[in-house]
Ligand binder design. Structure first.
Ligand code: ZN
Length: 456
C-alpha cells in the first residue's frame, strides 16, 4: 500500500456554510491512519470574527454518511487539524475501531469563507505510529473534597449545570475531569453536551458511589442554530442539512428517541437560533454563560415565546454555563472571559430518588429556576390556591420583579437573606396576562436569578 495519499478540497467565496463529503480510498491492512488538514487564511470559529476561513471537519467510514449511519466516526468542528484513527484508540472526539478498507469520507464544512476562498490540503498516512494521548487518571473519590454549598432553603432542591463541553468536541478536559470538578464544586448533577458527538459520554465517566449524576447529552450544532438533546439514544442527529426541514427532521429523530430538547442561546453571537417554525422543544435557554453576555436578549426572546400562541412548546426556561475551558475558568465580572462551571446554576425540585430520569422529569415539569452561581440567590416560586408564593434566599439588597406579558407587573425590595413574598395571582396577571414569572435584579443591573412562569 502507499505510505500516504494527498488530496485537495476547494470552497469558492460564495460557498460559505456548505458541506462536502470528500471520498478517499483506504487499502486493506491498515491498523492506524493519520489525517492532516491545512488551509489558507485560517481564523477562529468565534461568531464575532470574520474575514478569513474556518473549516469544520468530520469523518465517515465505509458504512456511509446517511443520516444516523453507524459509519459516523466523529466531528471536531474547527478545533482540530490532526486526527489519528487506530484500532484501539482515536483522537477525541473520533471513534477508534477497525479500519475497514474502502471509501471513507472526509466531511468538510466551510463555516466561514474569506475573500480568497478556501483551499484545504489533506494528507492521509497509512499505518502511522502515533502514540495514544495520555489521559489524566481518575482520582479515588476518597482523596477528593466535596464542595460545600449553601443548603437549599426548602427540601428536595438540587443544583447542577447541564450544558458543558469536553475534549469530545472543543473543550479542554476529559469527561471524567468534569465529573471530578462537579464533585468538588458540590453540584448534584452535570451535563456533557459535546457538539455533534459520535459517542456517548456515559462510559467515559464514573457513576454511583456519591459521584454527581451525569445527564448525557449532545449539542446538535448546525449552521443556523444549536439545540441540546439529553437522554434518548446513543445515536447522532444530523447537523448537516440546516434548512428548517432538515433540522425539524433531526429534532423529530431525537423526540422519537424519547429525548428532552432545548433551544440553545437564542441571542446574537450565541449563535442565534434561526428556526422560528421548528416545533418539539420543551425547553429554551434564556441564560447561557455570564449574565452580561447578552442574556437580556435571550430572556427577551424567551419572553416573546411565552407571550405567543405557540407558547406551549417553549415554556421551560433552563440555563447552562456552556463551559469549554475547565482548566482556565473565567471571571463573573467579565462577560468576555471563559464560561465557568456552575455559572449559571440550574436548580431543580425533585421529590423522589435523585436519578437521571427524575432530573429529566423535573425539567419537563418546569420545577426549575436559574441562579447566577451555585452560591447565588434561591428563587422558589409556587402556586397556593389563588396566591403566588415566592421564597427568596441569599438576595438581601436586591430587587424582586414580577414579569408578565405586559412587562413588570410588581416589584419589591428584598430586605433579608431569607424572605417569603405572596401575591394574589389576579393582582399579577392583569388584563391579557396569562402568566407571571420572577427575576432577582442586583441594583447594579445584572439579573441574579430567573424563575419559570406560573400560568393562570
Ligand atoms: Zn452552542
Amino acid at each position: 500500500m502507499p505510505p500516504s495519499i494527498t488530496f485537495q478540497a476547494r470552497f469558492e467565496t460564495d460557498e460559505e456554510k456548505v458541506w462536502k463529503h470528500i471520498p478517499f480510498a483506504v487499502p486493506a491492512g491498515v491498523t492506524q491512519m493519520h489525517i492532516s488538514i491545512s488551509y489558507n487564511d485560517r481564523i477562529d470559529s468565534s461568531p464575532m470574527l470574520k474575514g478569513g476561513n474556518t473549516l469544520d471537519i468530520g469523518l465517515f467510514d465505509p458504512l456511509g454518511y446517511a443520516s444516523g449511519s453507524p459509519g459516523f466516526r466523529g466531528w471536531s468542528g474547527s478545533n482540530k487539524t490532526e486526527i489519528t484513527i487506530a484500532e484501539d484508540w482515536a483522537t477525541p472526539p473520533y471513534r477508534g475501531g477497525k479500519i475497514e478498507p474502502g471509501d471513507w469520507y472526509l466531511l468538510l464544512g466551510s463555516y466561514k469563507t474569506g475573500p480568497n476562498g478556501l483551499t484545504a490540503d489533506v494528507t492521509v498516512e497509512f499505518n502511522s505510529t502515533y502514540p495514544a494521548p495520555e489521559r489524566p487518571p481518575l482520582p479515588a473519590l476518597a482523596t477528593l473534597r466535596r464542595g460545600e454549598l449553601p443548603a437549599p432553603v426548602e427540601p428536595n432542591w438540587y443544583r447542577g449545570d447541564l450544558h458543558m463541553h469536553t475534549v469530545y468536541s472543543d473543550g479542554d478536559s476529559y469527561p471524567h475531569e468534569l465529573t471530578v470538578a462537579a464533585y468538588e464544586l458540590g453540584l448534584d448533577f452535570y451535563g456533557i453536551t459535546d457538539h455533534n458527538r459520535a459517542q456517548s459520554p456515559v462510559p467515559l465517566v464514573p457513576h454511583g458511589d456519591g459521584w454527581p449524576i451525569l445527564i448525557p447529552g449532545v449539542e446538535v450544532t448546525s449552521y443556523a442554530g444549536h439545540f441540546n438533546v439529553w437522554g434518548g439514544s446513543d445515536s447522532w442527529y444530523d447537523f448537516r442539512d440546516y434548512s428548517e426541514v432538515g433540522q425539524q427532521t433531526a429534532v423529530n429523530a431525537a423526540l422519537a428517541d424519547g429525548a428532552l430538547i432545548s433551544m440553545n442561546h437564542p441571542k446574537p453571537y450565541g449563535p442565534m437560533w434561526d428556526y422560528p417554525d421548528i416545533t418539539g422543544f420543551v425547553c429554551t435557554e434564556p441564560w447561557n454563560g455570564w449574565w452580561g453576555g447578552l442574556n437580556n436578549l435571550a430572556t427577551e426572546f424567551w419572553g416573546d415565546q411565552l407571550d405567543s400562541d405557540s407558547a406551549a412548546q417553549w415554556r421551560i426556561g433552563i440555563c447552562g454555563s456552556d463551559m469549554h475551558k475547565l482548566k482556565s475558568p473565567g471571571d463573573p465580572t467579565s462577560p468576555l472571559s471563559n464560561a465557568t462551571m456552575g455559572w449559571p446554576t440550574l436548580w431543580l425540585q425533585i421529590d423522589e430518588e435523585l436519578t437521571q430520569a427524575a432530573i429529566i422529569r423535573a425539567i419537563r415539569a418546569g420545577k426549575a429556576f436559574m441562579s447566577e452561581s451555585p452560591w447565588g440567590p434561591q428563587l422558589i416560586v409556587s402556586r397556593e390556591g389563588d396566591r403566588v408564593r415566592v421564597h427568596v434566599a441569599a438576595a438581601a439588597g436586591d430587587a424582586l420583579l414580577a414579569i408578565g406579558t405586559s412587562g413588570c407587573v410588581a416589584s419589591t425590595a428584598i430586605g433579608s437573606d431569607d424572605e417569603v413574598f405572596s401575591w394574589e395571582i389576579e393582582e399579577l396577571t392583569p388584563g391579557e396576562n396569562r402568566y407571571v414569572r420572577f427575576e432577582i435584579h442586583h441594583p447594579g443591573g445584572n439579573v441574579r436569578a430567573l424563575s419559570n412562569p406560573v400560568w393562570t
